[in-house]
Ligand binder design. Structure first.
Ligand code: 13P
Length: 287
């Protein structure tokens, strides 16, 4: 079932679990995540950054690939296709390309400009049946070549953006993209609590899902986080499994160099990782 993410995230918020958002980079990634979702009967969000969309040949290609795979793999669980950290123009392109959801990352603008652009995109998304995520307070680390420091969102600004009608809200709470540094201070739960109180029950998003200790993930879910974004973890297990295959010399045995064999261990590693994340987030069986 190809859906937007409004209803799945609202249900998750009411049921005190979270939906996994997994970035896709190619065909194998997409197949692996869909397989894990179907086998665990878990709703799932597939997501493309602007850079990954370009890499795969454009947003039209991504949307067509996801929809065609859902059909050929006989996927029955709810699946949303979301734009991750979209620009204003990127959001409009994804609406046209047939995504079911967009994220407008207006965190680099001042709050008035973020509000003005978010407001236009809320309308454009909703008239076309898409859901929309907005962001307040930059998420730190590096995402698609964009570097930001870990930041905490201002709950008042979160309330202002939430009131524009966005379906879900990403608020910085000290989380960062990529691997966490040794001296990371952890998630700022006091900020998360204030954001939750200020935003009137809107489902919240936790970016930078790689490397956050399990107990902090669970606490964040208990405080209203209903969508958790994971990207780097999938990249790490994929690279690790591929390296092991090559270091074991398997690409030199028979037709081990065939990409269908070469990429198989990485793909299997993503299936396993995504299933584990879904268990941790509590979304297994919720489809
Ligand atoms: P990680 O790469 O840290 O898992 O973060 C992913 C993310 O937040 C995508 O928006």
């Amino acid at each position: 079932m190809y859906v937007n993410l409004k209803e799945m995230c609202q249900k998750a918020r009411e049921g005190h679990y979270a939906i996994g958002h997994f970035n896709v980079n190619n065909l194998e990634w997409t197949q692996a995540i869909l397989q894990a979702a179907e086998e665990t009967k878990s709703p799932v969000i597939l997501s493309s950054s602007e850079g990954a969309g370009k890499y795969m040949g454009g947003f039209n290609v991504v949307a067509a690939m996801v929809k065609a795979l859902m059909e050929s793999m006989k996927i029955t669980v709810p699946v949303a296709l979301h734009l991750d950290h979209g620009t204003y123009d990127g959001c409009l392109k994804c609406i046209r390309a047939g995504f079911s959801s967009i994220m407008f990352d207006g965190s680099k603008y001042d709050i008035e400009e973020n509000k003005a652009k978010t407001s236009i995109l809320v309308n454009a998304a909703h008239v076309n049946g898409l859901s929309i995520e907005a962001e307040v307070g930059a998420i730190g680390g590096e995402e698609d070549g964009v570097i930001g420091m870990g930041e905490c969102a201002d709950p008042k600004e979160c309330a202002e953006i939430a009131s524009l009608g966005v379906d879900i809200l990403a608020a910085g709470i000290g989380n960062i993209h990529g691997k966490y540094p040794e001296n990371w201070a952890g998630l700022q739960f006091n900020v998360l609590e204030e954001v939750q109180k200020a935003t009137n029950g809107i489902p919240l998003v936790l970016h930078g899902g790689t490397g956050i200790p399990d107990d902090q993930i669970k606490k964040a879910i208990s405080l209203g986080v209903s969508k958790i974004n994971v990207n780097t973890d999938c990249q790490l297990v994929f690279a690790d499994a591929t390296r092991k295959y090559i270091e074991a010399g398997k690409d030199l045995e028979g037709k081990g160099f065939d990409p269908r064999k070469l990429l198989a261990p990485g793909k299997a590693a993503i299936v396993e990782l995504v299933k584990k994340k879904m268990e941790l987030f509590g979304s297994v069986g919720k489809a």
